[in-house]
Design a protein around this ligand. Sequence first.
Ligand code: 5GP
Length: 208
Amino acid sequence: MSSERPVQPARGLLLVLSAPSGAGKTTLAHRLIRDTPGSTFSVSFTTRKPRGQEKDGIDYRFVDVKTFQEKIERDEFVEWAEVHGHFYGSCRAVVQDATARRSMALFDIDVQGGLAIKARYPEAVLVFILPPSLEELERRLRDRGTDADETIRKRMLAARSEMERGAASYDFVIVNDDFERAYSELRSVLIAERCRRERLELGFMRRG
Ligand code: 5GP
């Protein structure tokens, strides 16, 4: 065995986090990025307006419909979708960068986006975050105080079908009833996935 590390990451890791809004996935996502050196949070483009404290370039890249459509035409998105009447898209450049640097890219996107990424990159890891209950989810959405009643009603309807689809098709499901526990489960998924044989370059193996 040479003195070089015998095991190196052979490829990047695409980690998708999905959840109904209000389940706490964005907080989990940001913490995971903070604790994972070299990782990248995929900042999506969207045509919706900023909410609350959201900042352009940090939470989303806020653009108009025309700009979004030009990006679709230039094939700049690895996936895009219409959600609640607005467009959202994930940049292809983020995937290319994670692949080139053999690092993690984290996507905070919906189930249709997650499944589109998995169809294109079967080695992507899909994690679905469940709220403790639908009642608790509604309470969190109301407490956030940024959405009108009608929006909350629509989001609750969407949440139910999103939860059904996510729980049926994702690789991992984590219940966010206690943040620290949910976070340690998410981190365990990342740690285990990084040890997956197919992701590693096993420098000590004999060839032929
Ligand atoms: P919100 O408007 O509440 O920030 O997001 C609405 C939904 O769109 C959330 O489920 C969020 O995860 C999803 N979303 C955000 N960015 C993207 C994206 O780039 N692609 C897809 N497919 N969904 C996204």
